[in-house]
Design a protein around this ligand. Structure first.
Ligand SMILES: [Zn+2]
Length: 268
């Protein structure tokens, strides 16, 4: 069994991630379940300019986007609500939406880089308290800016020991060593493997354990065959996760990484 904890839908600038691509790739590459967030909730582009108005959607519209997909395929898809701390907040509407759709919602998701908002900033408190109240884990993109640093996710995890936090990418664009060290130092911190080379995942398992790392990919960011090849047609970095990795770590560790930890964390 494989659970992918980091999957997207939605059109945002040059990205257009379709539900049909998610479903196609899950079938083709043997992914049993995906945790999906709607990337239309990004607040700034890659150069940190506000997104044009025609590309802006409210956090509730994006929450509905992910939840509608989960409602259509409840055995395959769980929703992670990508929220917008720069422009919005954890308001009553969001609370009511989560309460009403709790069974389809598996996590809250933040992108402090594309929200240009520090993960441990004051407006995050309301969201984290919401997660605590609904016993939802929080996934945060990490890497690329000070706002999105691994250290800030660590700070929040330290402040809220009853909430589980997942560092998406474990520090994108780094050698992952800071993330590995921080995750190892708090019991409520986890990492996902999106864009993490398989050697660093092995390092994580050796240095921390096999209990706090989960498989994630950013599928279908490079198209419907993201699991096999990147956008310029080179073999993807996920191939070894499906093949060689089985022979490099124990069977128990492999199963924890590929689905058991996610099952526990997202209560699937
Ligand atoms: Zn992502």
């Amino acid at each position: 069994m494989i659970i992918d904890a980091h999957v997207h839908i939605g059109k945002m600038l040059e990205f257009d991630m379709k539900k049909s691509e998610v479903l196609y790739s899950m079938e083709k590459y043997g992914i049993d379940y995906s945790i999906v967030s709607d990337c239309r909730a990004a607040e700034f582009d890659d150069d940190l300019k506000p997104l044009p108005i025609e590309c802006s959607f409210s956090q509730l519209e994006c929450a509905k986007g992910a939840v509608d997909f989960a409602k259509e395929y409840p055995d395959k898809i769980g929703a992670a609500l990508w929220l917008k701390p720069f422009n919005e907040c954890a308001d009553r509407e969001l609370y009511d939406f989560i309460e009403e759709n709790r069974k389809y919602i598996k996590a809250l998701k933040f992108h402090p880089y594309q929200s240009k908002y520090p993960f441990d900033g004051e407006k995050m408190v309301g969201y984290v308290e919401l997660a605590e109240e609904f016993s939802l884990p929080i996934i945060s993109h990490t890497g690329g800016s000070d706002e999105a640093s691994c250290r800030r996710v660590y700070n929040m995890a330290k402040r809220y020991p009853n909430v589980n936090f997942i560092m998406g990418h474990m520090g994108l664009g780094t050698d992952n060593s800071e993330a590995i060290e921080l995750i190892g130092s708090l019991p409520n911190l986890y990492g996902d493997t999106a864009w993490v080379p398989v050697e660093n995942t092995i390092k994580f398992i050796k240095e921390v354990n096999a209990d706090r790392i989960i498989f994630g990919s950013d599928n279908p960011i490079d198209g419907k065959d993201t699991y096999a090849q990147n956008r310029v047609g080179q073999p993807s970095m996920y191939i070894p996760y499906f093949n060689e990795l089985k022979n490099l770590i124990s069977e128990e560790s492999y199963e924890k990484l590929m689905y058991l930890n996610a099952k526990k964390l997202f209560k699937l």
